[in-house]
Design a protein. Structure first.
Length: 115
């Protein structure tokens, strides 16, 4: 059974940093494209960043230059380094795994950025 468990969220002041982690099990992690999404209260879930199985990355314009996605295939873990955080980054952050025919989501981790 596939499990994605996010951690690392919390409360941080504007300009601060956080690193999110997503521990994956039940999938061949190294072969799967992975991504981070986020959902603010009352809004839809939005794309943040993705990394291919080959390590190619892409980012939403709103986080380019501030966030960095990475993966450690030996640890089956996905990361999101978030720097220069802004109040508008406040959201629940979700990890997503893409497999043929299905997407898997974690339970989310709350990130709150105070001004």
């Amino acid at each position: 059974q596939v499990q994605l468990v996010e951690s690392g969220g919390g409360l941080v002041q504007a300009g601060g940093s956080l690193r999110l982690s997503c521990a994956a099990s039940g999938i061949i992690f190294s072969r799967k494209p992975m991504a981070w999404y986020r959902q603010a209260p009352g809004k839809q879930r939005d794309f943040v960043a993705r990394v291919s199985s080959d390590g190619f990355t892409s980012y939403a314009d709103s986080v380019k230059g501030r966030f960095s996605i990475s993966r450690d295939n030996a640890k089956n873990t996905l990361y999101l380094q978030m720097n220069s955080l802004k109040p508008e980054d406040t959201a629940v952050y979700y990890c997503r795994a893409m497999t043929p025919g299905r997407l898997y989501w974690g339970q989310g981790t709350q990130v709150t950025v105070s001004s």
